[in-house]
Design a protein around this ligand. Structure first.
Ligand code: SF4
Length: 284
């Protein structure tokens, strides 16, 4: 009923007439409610897999707004998790992070850790993981009743990166075998993590956080220096111009001599982390 009420309220704000103006729009409202019900259901299930509790919603800070921060207190430690809701598909991409193309979650984590440290002055605040949750209402093949729920949760599993420090993984996911339905990890038969798991040792997680902070600083500096060169990246089929609002006015055109994409080569996750580490050592 909260979902029903909230959607109705939002529609009223939006102007009743528009959304109830056609059968198509009315159906959209039904879909919106269904999608929200699915989302609340999945987020609740994911949370109940571990020990975290929501600590802040729509947390505003200098560089943006964090959809949700969850924390888990364990003695003198406070574990922090950051969650961002997305409507399109979004995966945590270490190579994009290295190139400064996906800084959001690590920058959010830095802000969340600082905010939680202010609240918990006596405790050690530990970054646990960053996640994207994709808002959708997936369809799965009809299977046995018991596994439909599982199949849906697999589709709705957040993507992200986990810091394997101390008890982080256990607090995120109590299960120790098979595939987690709450976080992007899978366990091998011997209890170790499968290679496809999105989890790294603490040192690597820290390298990523520091790298994001450094990239933000570099970008600030280049803006202040007045750097405005049209130098969009290209990575496979994807380019910086794909969703750019300025593409019709900026003048960038590869057919014009002097204009070229900044090509980003292929790299493995391990290579990207090593490069971030080298960059941070170089700076020191
Ligand atoms: S369309 Fe123009 S302004 Fe936009 S990213 Fe490409 S080069 Fe830059």
């Amino acid at each position: 009923s909260f979902i029903d009420e909230s959607v109705e309220e939002a529609i009223t704000d939006y102007g009743n007439s528009v959304l109830y103006s056609s059968a198509r729009n009315e159906y959209m409202i039904v879909r919106m409610k269904r999608m929200l019900e699915r989302t609340v259901w999945a987020l609740t299930k994911q949370l109940s897999a571990g020990d975290f509790q929501p600590s802040a919603y729509e947390f505003r800070f200098a560089n943006g707004k964090i959809d949700r921060i969850d924390t888990c207190e364990d003695g003198d430690k406070v574990y922090v998790k950051v969650l961002d809701y997305k409507t399109g598909s979004k995966a945590f991409d270490v190579v994009a992070l290295y190139h400064g193309l996906q800084l959001q979650l690590m920058v959010y984590m830095d802000a969340a850790v600082k905010a939680e440290q202010k609240k918990h002055k006596e405790q050690e605040v530990i970054p646990a993981g960053v996640f994207y949750y994709r808002i959708q209402d997936p369809l799965v093949d009809k299977q046995e009743e018991a596994s439909v729920e599982e199949a849906l949760l697999k589709e709705l599993k957040p993507d992200g990166m986990i810091n394997l420090k101390d008890e982080v993984l256990h607090h995120l996911e109590h299960r120790t075998e098979g595939e987690s339905l709450a976080v992007p990890v899978k366990f091998n038969k011997n209890g170790s993590l499968a290679k496809s798991s999105k989890a790294v040792p603490e040192e690597e997680f820290q390298i990523m956080m520091r790298h994001a902070a450094r990239k933000v600083e570099e970008t600030h500096q280049s803006i202040l220096r007045g750097e405005t060169k049209a130098s969009p990246y290209r990575r496979g089929q994807e380019t910086g111009c794909d969703y750019c609002k300025y593409r019709h006015v900026c003048g960038f055109d590869v057919k014009v001599p002097g204009y070229a994409y900044r090509d980003i080569g292929k790299m493995s996750k391990e290579e990207a982390i090593a490069a971030m580490q080298a960059a941070s050592k170089g700076e020191e």
